[in-house]
Structures are given as structure tokens and as C-alpha cells.
Ligand binder design. Structure first.
Ligand SMILES: Nc1nc2c(c(=O)[nH]1)N[C@H]1C(S)=C(S)[C@@H](COP(=O)(O)OP(=O)(O)OC[C@H]3O[C@@H](n4cnc5c(=O)[nH]c(N)nc54)[C@H](O)[C@@H]3O)O[C@H]1N2
Ligand SMILES: Nc1nc2c(c(=O)[nH]1)N[C@H]1C(S)=C(S)[C@@H](COP(=O)(O)OP(=O)(O)OC[C@H]3O[C@@H](n4cnc5c(=O)[nH]c(N)nc54)[C@H](O)[C@@H]3O)O[C@H]1N2
Ligand code: SF4
Ligand SMILES: [Mo]
Length: 740
């Protein structure tokens, strides 16, 4: 790979959030002078938010780790890479030999999805670890959607997204893309695209317990009782059957389970569900009719619909509504992207497959089923604390900060202190990594190459973009793919000094021989000019749906071609993909998976549950990103952000005043947070952002410690989950609120 010039204009896809904006960076004397949106980018067309600009602050942050740290006598000391890996080998290998593979757990955090070197090598790390104790941010986030998609369409990664550029009715639940910039939906400049939809006569309807930034620009906003989405959606599905508004159209021959579905939703009339979701019966009917009547419409739900007790049911019903109203796999509706590389739903036999299963094994302590190879993050603490065979004694974290991001973080923090050994691959010495024995720092994103292997599968338009490194890394600082390879070598018993380039060759050759059959040797030769992630990328691109097929289709994509297109390559608007995309055993869209119908009984029994006086929900803010960007000056400046929003009427009743302090308690746990009065809140609901609670002793994030904020997750309960997906319930949790 060529070395980046020290003065130049460079282009780079932003790795912070799912919008994947193209950035334009001006470099002078090896330093970043400015960062702005890349106007010519085929996908993001110049859109950017302040976090993209903050990549310079991240690069220059003196607290960002640049060398490995080893804890000696309770204090971190700088170490060479060789010393760090030697320490890992010395301590991790005997532990696994004595206690077995399950004694070492893995925690995978959110930034992993945004780093090609991490995402591509993580499956290999998981394999080398051979432990059932794998945990990730997925069970704090989107596992319900992955499960419902897997059950309906046959693959965990077949998730449809709104075709917003051709849509004229967007019904959105539990998402705030104006602040979050979209999730499970890569859509830079959501606001601009929604405005364009409105300008052509389209309607945006938002269902949210807060008049969010997105709700504020909507044509209609309805408050919903947190956790009530499943009931609203059931009431809407009921209405569609009741009023004969079904329009399956072309999909009629590709769906299974319509009758079972009709029976299952029959008990959930709008009158039955209205009180539970806090939306009047007639308003539920109106939403169903509007959706059915719209030419090109789509229902989209996100975080708020996943991080609740009925996350999987709500995620399923969203696509059920799209299918029933003819807004599925049609332009302007919910459509499946077709990514250029690593799209699992482009592999195998088109139109049929094995589908998915869960519960291939169960967690040791609570006996919860594995879902997509993971246990719920909420089970990690008990696996560390509970003695016995299979107890977790060692932990590897990769780009995760569960002490702040997982419910009951303080319990996790205490559990980490009990571990015999812990390694973190991370950029900071923070609330989680301070418990580690060895920290292996990733590089600044500006020193890494990039391709969005995950988000191209979720994009509003098909595209392929590659970013070379913007700045020259310190040659001694390992790229993360090599860090993971060295961990893999240690876990495979090849030692801390194994030749990881040779190991990389071996792993690649194994994989290609398994999948490419008689062509394997020719394929390996064809990509041999590259190494590491680039080699995997070239392999994936060339064998992917737009690829050159190693010469069979000379016009097709290769990494070389992509590198010659710094603004990216547009692969066109989303296209209908049913039935080709399906991987269910029946070859159909399963509208009534038995696991989900069974769970409906739980929802039915819950209809009459009394309303708690106060529930808490989360909130995302443009200048914050989960738990890890609070140390960057450009984002940290401005008003204090970790406030709890309280409706003025609630505040009066509780004796709370603006800028006063509220005590928020749940069971025996409590936090204090600064009050911000807001009539954007639904009465009875308060909102606090997550990812705060810095300033803990032993961390090294000086700026973040100045305004530490309150840790929302310190009052949430790790044992409350959506039982199907194992996803944490982070929304709509009953709390008591009082003046502190
Ligand atoms: N109450 C509540 N809790 C929530 C949520 C909520 O809405 N409410 N949201 C949940 C969601 S959706 C998610 S995804 C999770 C996120 O939770 P986590 O997966 O824990 O992610 P972050 O909090 O972003 O922490 C990221 C960690 O990765 C490190 N890091 C950043 N960049 C890199 C890199 O390039 N390389 C490496 N090696 N490390 C890096 C950071 O220093 C930090 O330690 O939080 C969840 N927690
Ligand atoms: N600026 C910024 N951007 C981010 C992140 C960040 O931390 N900061 N995090 C990134 C990550 S990891 C993710 S997963 C995405 C998430 O992105 P989104 O899915 O857009 O999630 P949020 O912005 O948290 O918005 C969730 C909305 O759901 C509402 N809500 C809460 N409970 C319920 C409920 O029960 N029902 C309904 N209908 N609504 C409810 C909340 O009030 C909130 O407005 O954002 C990503 N982008
Ligand atoms: S919206 Fe997301 S991808 Fe775009 S610049 Fe901001 S953080 Fe980066
Ligand atoms: Mo997330």
C-alpha cells in the first residue's frame, strides 16, 4: 500500500455512525487542517455532522492510547507490543488449558462494525477462542430485528430498509434519525431526504414518547407509551384484516402464514390495545388505513422498538405491516439492499436455505438460549461471578465499554475486578478498560484504510466506496487486524511470536478452499497482490454480485477499480429481490413463525398490566456518540447535555425545577441527574441519554471527567430482557423520580 502524502486533499468515509458520510480532509505537513463533507461522494453528497469533524480531535487527543499498557502492581505502565503479547500468552494460555475454552469470554463493542480490520478478523478470533461466552452490543441494540428478519426471510442479516427517495408515506417508530443519523438504515442526510419526500407531497409520521428532533419535522407525531409498540402494531394488523385492506400483490405467491397471522392478531382489536399503547383506537385505525391507502409507503422501526420487552414481536410486526399493505420489496417501500461484498443473502442458493435457529446451546447460569452465536450482555456478570465448571475467568473486550453501555454497569465493573485476566483492544483507558491487565490500542481511524462491510447491506442505495489511509501511521503501531491475528495465534497455541502474515495466508487459503472448490488455487493467486483486509475485500468484491468474477466479467468490480474512484461507485437504486433474497426452508416469507405466535400469548396476558407512574427512556444527541466521544473538545463544548427531560406538569407534581437535580431510582439503585423541563416529553415519561458516568478513578479521559454526567445504565436492570432475542430492555423502564 502506498504511503499517504503529507500535504494533500484526502477522502475518507467517516467510521463513527451508520450514515457512513464521505469526508474531505485537507492535510498540511502531516496534520489535518480541516474536515468537511465530500461533495462529490456518490452516496453522501457532502453531508456531514460535527462528529465527522471531530475525527481530527480524536486523532490528536493526548489521552488516546498510542502504546500498549500492562498493569503492574495495580498501575498501568507503557509496554512494547512484544511485551504485551508475551504477557497475554503467559497468562491466558494456562488459564484456558486449566479451565477450558469457555473460561475465556469475549465482548464485542459497537465500533467493531465500523472498522474493517476488526469486523473482518473478528469471526476468526471467535473461532480461535472457541468459547460459548460471546457477548456483544447486539443484545443492547438490534438483536430483535435480526431475529425477526432471520425467522421471516431466512438470514440474520437480511434486513429491509426504507426506499426513502421513492417513498411518499414514512411511518417511523422508536427512531430519531435527525439526531442519530439512522440505524439499520444507512441514510446520510435523513433530514434532507425526508424534506424532499414532504416537498413531493409525502408524509412523515413519527411514533415516539418524546417529540424528538425527527418528530418535530414530521407531518404528524403521536405519543406512545414506551414499550407499547407491539400493541399499536397488532391493532393496525387487526384493522387491515378487519377492514379487508390487505394488498399482497406480487408477493402473494411468496408469503406463507397469512391465515395463521390473521387468527393470531384477531384478539388484538384497536379497542383492546388502545390503553396499553396510549393511542386511541380510532387513531390506530387511521394509521392502518393511511398505510394501506398510500401508493408508496413504508413502516420503519428502530432502537426504541428493539430495546423493549417485546422487541422481537415489534420488529416482526413492522415488516408484517409492510408485507400486508403491498409496501414490501417494492420501490418506495421496505427493500433489501444488495451489497457488493460479504452480503450473506447473496450467497448460497437463491430463494431457499436453511433458515435460522436459536438455542443451539444455553448459558451456564440462567440457561438462556444462544441467539446468533451470542448470549445476552445482561448475562455476562453472572457468568463471571458464579463459581463452577465453565465459570468465566478471563475476558477479551474489543471496542466495547459495557461498564457504561450495558444495564447495571456497576455490577459488571465489580465482576471485572474478579477476573483472573482481562485484555482490551481499545483506544482509551476508560470505565471498562481500566479493569484490564493489558490494553492493546487501535490506531486512529485516519491511519487506517476503510470499507463499510456492514453498512452497505443496509444502505438506502447500493454503492461501493473504499478509503485509503489519510495519515501515515507510526510503523510500530499495529493495525487492528494484525492485533487480532496475534491474539488468534496465541489462542491457537502458535505463540506470541508466530508469523502472523503466514497465519493470515493459511486462514485465507483454508476459507477459499472450503468455498471456491476447484478454482481455489487460481482465486488465491488472483488476490495475492494484497494482504490483510484488502485481500479479503478484493476476494469478496470480485466474487460478489457486481464483481469481475476473476476475469469472467471484465467490466465488474475489483478493489483496484474501487481505489481509482475516490468518490465511490454508485450501484443504483434498490431493486426488488424477492424471492431470490429468501433463505427460508420454505422459500417463502414466513409471516407467522411459530416462535413469534407463541410469544404473542405473553403480550396478550400483559394487556391489562397497570401503568407505572414514571418510566425512563433514552435519547441520542448529535454531539455525543454512545460512551466514547466525550473526551473530544469540539464535541464536549456547549451546553451540558446529560440532562433528564421532565414534562413541566410532572415536574410541578414532583417539586422539580429546571436545572435542579432529580434522583432517579429503580429497586435499590439510584442516580442523580440535572433536570431540564421539556414539554416535548409525554407526561409520565422522562428521558436521559446513555453513555455518561465518566470521571471514575483510574480512567484517563481528562476532558470527559470534567463533566462526567450520570450513568443511565446504573439504574437499569440487566435481568430484564426480551426473552426471544435476549435483548436488554433499556426503554420504558419503571423508575421513581424525586427531588434530590
Ligand atoms: N441505556 C442505554 N444503553 C445503551 C443504549 C441506549 O440507547 N440506552 N444503546 C445501546 C447501543 S445501541 C449500543 S450500540 C451500545 C454501544 O455500547 P458499546 O458497544 O460499549 O460502544 P461504546 O459505548 O461506543 O464504546 C465503544 C468502545 O470502543 C472504543 N473504541 C472506539 N473506537 C475504537 C476503535 O477504532 N478501535 C477500538 N479497538 N476501540 C475503539 C471506545 O474507546 C469505547 O471503549 O450501547 C448500548 N447501551
Ligand atoms: N449522535 C449520535 N448518533 C448515534 C449514536 C449516538 O450515540 N449519538 N448511536 C448510534 C447507535 S449505536 C445506534 S444503535 C443508533 C440508534 O439510532 P435510533 O434508532 O434513531 O435511536 P435513538 O436516536 O436512540 O432514538 C430512539 C427513539 O425512540 C424513542 N423511544 C424510546 N422508547 C420507545 C418506545 O417504547 N416506543 C417508541 N415508539 N419509541 C421509543 C426515543 O424517545 C427516541 O426518540 O444511533 C447511532 N447514531
Ligand atoms: S453523520 Fe455519522 S457518518 Fe456522518 S459525519 Fe456524522 S458521525 Fe460521521
Ligand atoms: Mo447501537
Amino acid at each position: 500500500m502506498s504511503t499517504p502524502p503529507t500535504s494533500a486533499v484526502a477522502h475518507r468515509i467517516c467510521p463513527v455512525c451508520e450514515a457512513c458520510c464521505g469526508l474531505e480532509l485537507r492535510i498540511a505537513d502531516g496534520r489535518v487542517e480541516s474536515i468537511r463533507g465530500h461533495e462529490a461522494d456518490v452516496f453522501s453528497a457532502g453531508y456531514i455532522c460535527p462528529k465527522g469533524v471531530a475525527l481530527r480531535d480524536l486523532h490528536e487527543d493526548p489521552d488516546r492510547l498510542r502504546t500498549p499498557l500492562i498493569k503492574r502492581d495495580g498501575r498501568f505502565v507503557e509496554a512494547s507490543w512484544d511485551e504485551a503479547f508475551a504477557e497475554i500468552e503467559r497468562r491466558l494460555v494456562p488459564l484456558r488449558e486449566q479451565h477450558g475454552a469457555d473460561a475465556a469470554a469475549l465482548v464485542i463493542g459497537n465500533p467493531t462494525v465500523h472498522k474493517m480490520g476488526l469486523l473482518m478478523y473478528l469471526p476468526r478470533l471467535v473461532r480461535a477462542l472457541g468459547s460459548r461466552n460471546v457477548f456483544s452490543a447486539s443484545t443492547l441494540d438490534q438483536m430483535p430485528k435480526q431475529l425477526s428478519s432471520g425467522l421471516m426471510f431466512g438470514h440474520w442479516l437480511s434486513i429491509p430498509v426504507p426506499d426513502i427517495e421513492r417513498c411518499d408515506h414514512l411511518l417511523m417508530l422508536g427512531a430519531n434519525p435527525v439526531a442519530s443519523n439512522g440505524s439499520l438504515w444507512t441514510v446520510p442526510d435523513f433530514r434532507g431526504k425526508a424534506r424532499a419526500m414532504q416537498a413531493r407531497g409525502g408524509r412523515l409520521v413519527v411514533i415516539d414518547p418524546r417529540r424528538s428532533e425527527t418528530a418535530a419535522m414530521a407531518d404528524e407525531h403521536l405519543f406512545i407509551r414506551p414499550g407499547g409498540d407491539v400493541f399499536l402494531l397488532l391493532g393496525m394488523a387487526h384493522t387491515l384484516f378487519d377492514e379487508r385492506l390487505l394488498r399482497l400483490g406480487r408477493l402473494g405467491v411468496h408469503v406463507a402464514g397469512v391465515d395463521e397471522l390473521q387468527q393470531a392478531v384477531a384478539p388484538f382489536s384497536p379497542e383492546q390495545v388502545a390503553a396499553r399503547c396510549g393511542i386511541p383506537a380510532e387513531a390506530i385505525r387511521t394509521q392502518a388505513r393511511a398505510l394501506a391507502a398510500a401508493q408508496r409507503a413504508v413502516v420503519y422501526g428502530r432502537l426504541g422498538t428493539c430495546t423493549q420487552e417485546y422487541g422481537t414481536l415489534a420488529s416482526w410486526l413492522i415488516d408484517v405491516l409492510n408485507v400486508l399493505t403491498g409496501h414490501f420489496d417494492e420501490p418506495g417501500g421496505a427493500m433489501f439492499p444488495k451489497a457488493a461484498v460479504f452480503a450473506a443473502n447473496t450467497l448460497g442458493t437463491p430463494g431457499t436455505g436453511r433458515g435460522i435457529v436459536t438455542g443451539r446451546h444455553r448459558s451456564r447460569v440462567s440457561g438462556v438460549p444462544e441467539v446468533f452465536g451470542e448470549y445476552p450482555m445482561g448475562c455476562l456478570a453472572e457468568e463471571i461471578e458464579t463459581p463452577g465448571t465453565g465459570q468465566v475467568r478471563a475476558l477479551i473486550t474489543v471496542a466495547g465499554n459495557p461498564v457504561l453501555s450495558a444495564p447495571n454497569g456497576p455490577r459488571l465493573s465489580a465482576a471485572f475486578e474478579q477476573l483472573d485476566f482481562m485484555v482490551s483492544v481499545d483506544l482509551y483507558l476508560n470505565e471498562t478498560t481500566r479493569h484490564a491487565d493489558v490494553i492493546l490500542p487501535g490506531r486512529s481511524p485516519l491511519e487506517d484504510t476503510h470499507y463499510d462491510t456492514a453498512f452497505a447491506q443496509l444502505s438506502f442505495r447500493n454503492h461501493a466506496r473504499y478509503s485509503p489511509a489519510v495519515l501515515t501511521p507510526d510503523p510500530a503501531h499495529l493495525p487492528e487486524w494484525q492485533t487480532l491475528l496475534r491474539l488468534i495465534a496465541i489462542l491457537r497455541g502458535e505463540g506470541a511470536h508466530a508469523n502472523v502474515r503466514r497465519l493470515d495466508d493459511e486462514l485465507l487459503a483454508d476459507e477459499v478452499r472450503r468455498t471456491a472448490g476447484p478454482q481455489a488455487e487460481a482465486v488465491i493467486r488472483a488476490v495475492s497482490r494484497w494482504e490483510g483486509p484488502e485481500r479479503l475485500l478484493d476476494l469478496g468484491l470480485r466474487s460478489g454480485p457486481y464483481g469481475d468474477g476473476f476475469g469472467q466479467n471484465p467490466e465488474g468490480l475489483t478493489l483496484k477499480k474501487l481505489m481509482a474512484a475516490p468518490a465511490g461507485i454508485d450501484l443504483g437504486p434498490l431493486q426488488p429481490r424477492v424471492p431470490e433474497v429468501l433463505r427460508t426452508p420454505s422459500g417463502r416469507i414466513e409471516l407467522a413463525p411459530p416462535m413469534l405466535l407463541q410469544d404473542l400469548q405473553r403480550a396478550g396476558q400483559d394487556l391489562a398490566r397497570p401503568v407505572p407512574e414514571f418510566v425512563i427512556v433514552g435519547r441520542r444527541q448529535v454531539r455525543s456518540n454512545n460512551s466514547w466521544m466525550h473526551n473530544l473538545a469540539i464535541l464536549a463544548k456547549g451546553p451540558y447535555r446529560c440532562t433528564v427531560l421532565v414534562h413541566p406538569a410532572d415536574a410541578r407534581r414532583l417539586g422539580l425545577s429546571d436545572a435542579g437535580v432529580a434522583r432517579i431510582a429503580n429497586g435499590g439503585r439510584a442516580i442523580e441527574a440535572q433536570v431540564e423541563l421539556s414539554d416535548d416529553m409525554m407526561p409520565g415519561v422522562v428521558s436521559l441519554p446513555h453513555g455518561w458516568g465518566h470521571g471514575v478513578p483510574g480512567t484517563r479521559m481528562a476532558l470527559a471527567a470534567e463533566r462526567p454526567g450520570a450513568n443511565l445504565n446504573a439504574v437499569l436492570d440487566e435481568s430484564v430482557r426480551d426473552p426471544l432475542s435476549g435483548n436488554a430492555v433499556l426503554s420504558g423502564v419503571a423508575v421513581s423520580v424525586s427531588a434530590a
